[in-house]
Write a protein that binds this ligand. Structure first.
Ligand code: FEO
Ligand code: CA
Ligand code: CA
Ligand code: CA
Length: 689
């Protein structure tokens, strides 16, 4: 972006987000187990052969699939995977196995509410608020009949999905023929931004709630229903839980610290046991700037510095909107008045939360559940509820060297009662993965485990606003970018993708993150002690090390092969039959180039968690990632999302009118659009069989 509005700020202070991700903000010195591991490795004299030899020893010992998997030939266990693998693909199309059909629905701009304005590049910001947002991500199908996800309708429901971010160059006519920055933002001649374009981008974010119904011919249509709703970067929300009303969230908009506006960068999602939807706020920090401070991150307030708020121009420059309206100026968190309630210095503290939305009540106010902590939430995944027991959920913080968290509610779950505020009181824990395959959950509770006034914490609200610092303080294990979690309905085992971490050095490897320069990522899993979700101890192992044939390892001990080669796991979901669906997100900055070329376009695979068998099920078009997956209760219709097709189009090619992808419309004049894909089996069978 043109820097002329902030001449004192060097361009390097745009957020650095390689591959669309957060900058490294964890500068804490708590151990990565490097000390423990290195001493063990040196004793075993395995370092002489380098990392590969060290890994060979580690994994031959016990790390891959060591404690709760059954042998691949488990008696009576027929394979969960019945389809023929599809090959890697680098064309601008989607590919499903023989005997399956894929149809595109709900592309960016599809009208779903209000006046149902048809999609056009000329749509206004207000139009966008009645249409599908962009960059579809986490998603759930709520059957219209009944609230039991395994018993409701499989032909009619509310499809609820997140819109992670936007690409302004594909949204605005003004982007044509203009010099654009790395975010594709068109600036006006005076260095300001068009307020209507800013509105369009804010309305392109958030969540869509869409009533969908299956047609006789197998396709799905939008039902024009009062339940259809857009939640955006502007929707009023309540702040609930321990941070509500604290000084941290008092702003000009909400002097009593109980409200905020909008949710942003909603990546993955979660579904509560009481059938509400949770949207995660992931890479929100770069949407804000704080320019008052001098040009050194340590001088920003810690609740901004530890998360990556920038001192230059924000990601999309919304604070530059030419209307000067308050809802846009708030993205400049620079202190400007005498008191915090007269400006927006605290605005970033209202982001980084999990947001609960009741999709069945279009008048409900979304709630930011602060007890679940503040970080770059990828998503949240809940253990199946047990009557009379606390509710338990897990959430990863997707940035390099960040952590995995667990929340245990204070009050028990009761199916017959409204459980609405269970997520407002409870204990947030962070994971420590020990080198011996055991692990522990450490409580992030003010007054415990060093989270005291002596260490700079004031109270529980302060611990939660500064969740990352609290986790640093208790010595949590720094992970290789925790993305989605998924829970095997048969075993309660929790699986998490660790997408990659090219910054981890040989000195920083530990048994849970065993690769230096982890380009390929892996999937870790654990079982809670006694199979009790509330336990504070667990046992873990690595389900799969993704990557090349030379560098990967499956549960079986074998490498990935032609049918299963993948890297950079991100989306993860168990269907009701315990089939594990794995989605990949190779960064657009490296996709289809160099050593990544062998993986082709991003893809989705299915795995059998008992045998460790993995098979490629779906490949997407050029430039995108696959994310979001759910089936109807009968498992005969699957919905997935294709996000950011065409993101690999260079600035130069865009300026020349050449886009590498025209998916899904495939017209020479159309921009690529994120969309949902409906997958069915031609014989009407269960997806994956
Ligand atoms: Fe938005 Fe971590 O993927
Ligand atoms: Ca993701
Ligand atoms: Ca991504
Ligand atoms: Ca990702």
């Amino acid at each position: 972006m043109n820097q002329q509005s902030y001449p004192e700020q060097p361009p390097s202070h745009r957020p650095q987000r390689p591959g669309g991700d957060e900058p490294i903000c964890n500068h804490s010195t708590n151990p990565t187990f490097a000390t423990i591991l290195n001493s063990r490795l040196q004793r075993r004299q395995v370092m002489r052969g380098g990392v590969a030899a060290a890994m060979a020893v580690l994994f031959s010992r016990s790390n891959v699939g060591n404690f709760f998997s059954e042998p691949a030939q488990a008696a009576g266990h027929g394979s969960l995977l019945g389809f023929k693998a599809v090959p890697v693909n680098s064309t601008d199309s989607i590919v499903v196995p023989e005997g399956y059909t894929a149809r595109v629905i709900l592309p960016y701009g599809e009208p779903i509410a209000g006046n149902y304005p048809a999609y056009s590049l000329e749509n206004t910001g207000a139009d966008q608020g009645m249409q599908m947002g962009s960059h579809h991500d986490g998603m759930h199908f709520f059957p219209i009949e009944g609230n039991d996800p395994y018993q409701g309708s499989s032909t009619e429901g509310l499809l609820v999905l997140n819109h992670e971010y936007v690409e302004p160059r594909y949204m605005h006519k003004s982007a044509i023929g203009q010099p654009l920055d790395s975010e594709g933002v068109p600036l006006k001649a005076d260095g300001k931004r068009s307020a209507d374009e800013v509105l369009k981008e804010l309305n392109g974010h958030g969540v869509s709630i869409v009533h969908v119904r299956k047609q006789r011919n197998g396709s799905w249509e939008v039902v024009r229903d009062r339940l259809n709703r857009r939640i955006t970067g502007l929707t009023p929300m309540d702040i609930t839980g321990p941070v509500r009303g604290s000084d941290h969230v008092k702003t000009k908009y909400s002097p009593d610290g109980t409200k905020t506006r909008g949710t942003l960068n909603n990546c993955a999602h979660g579904v509560t046991p009481w059938n509400t939807y949770m949207a995660a706020e992931e890479n929100w920090a770069g949407y804000f700037r704080n320019g008052k401070q001098v040009d050194q991150k340590p001088d920003l307030p810690r609740e901004q510095a530890r998360y990556g708020v920038v001192t230059g121009v924000s990601r999309y420059g919304w604070e530059l909107a030419d209307s000067g309206a308050d809802e846009y100026l708030r993205f400049d968190a620079t202190p400007k008045a005498a008191r915090p309630t007269q400006d927006y210095r605290n605005e970033p503290n209202a982001f980084g939360w999990m947001v609960e939305i009741d999709p069945f009540d279009p008048t409900s106010t979304p709630k930011k559940r602060t007890a679940l902590g503040r970080f770059a939430h990828e998503g949240v995944v809940f253990q199946a509820p047990i009557e009379g027991q606390p509710v338990v959920c897990y959430s990863g913080d997707d940035a390099r060297f960040e952590y995995i968290y667990k929340f245990v509610s204070a009050q028990p779950y009761r199916k017959a009662t409204a459980n609405g505020d269970l997520l407002d009181r409870g204990t947030l824990y962070v994971a420590k993965f020990h080198a011996d395959g055991k692990g522990e959950w450490v409580a992030l509770v003010f007054g415990q485990n060093g989270l005291t006034a002596a260490n700079g914490f004031k109270d529980q609200a302060d611990v939660l606003v500064n969740t990352r610092l609290a986790a640093d303080t208790v010595g949590a294990t720094k992970m290789d970018r925790p993305e989605w979690g998924a829970i095997d309905p048969a075993t309660k085992a929790v699986y998490f993708t660790l997408t990659n971490n090219s910054s981890r050095t040989g000195e920083q490897v530990d048994e849970a993150n065993p690769r230096s320069a982890n380009d390929w990522g892996h999937i870790i899993r654990w079982n809670e002690a006694g199979n009790n979700p509330t336990a504070t101890r667990f046992e873990w192992d690595i389900f799969v090390l993704a990557g090349t044939e030379e560098d990967s390892q499956k549960l079986s001990g074998n490498a990935l092969d032609t049918d299963s080669l993948f890297c950079c796991p991100d989306g993860l979901w168990f269907d009701a039959s315990s089939r594990l669906w794995i989605q990949t997100d190779i960064s657009e900055s490296v996709m289809n180039t160099g050593k990544y070329a062998q993986f082709g376009n991003n893809q989705m695979l299915a795995a059998d968690p008992k045998t460790g068998e993995i098979r490629r099920f779906f490949t997407g078009p050029i430039g995108q990632e696959i994310t979001g997956v759910v089936t109807t209760p009968d498992q005969r219709t699957m919905f997935i999302n294709v996000q950011h097709p065409g993101a690999t189009t260079t600035k130069e090619d865009f300026a020349a009118g050449k886009n590498v992808s025209r998916w899904p419309d495939q017209k020479a004049t159309d921009y690529p659009r994120s969309a949902t894909v409906v997958i069915t089996k031609d014989d009407g069978g269960i997806i994956g069989t």
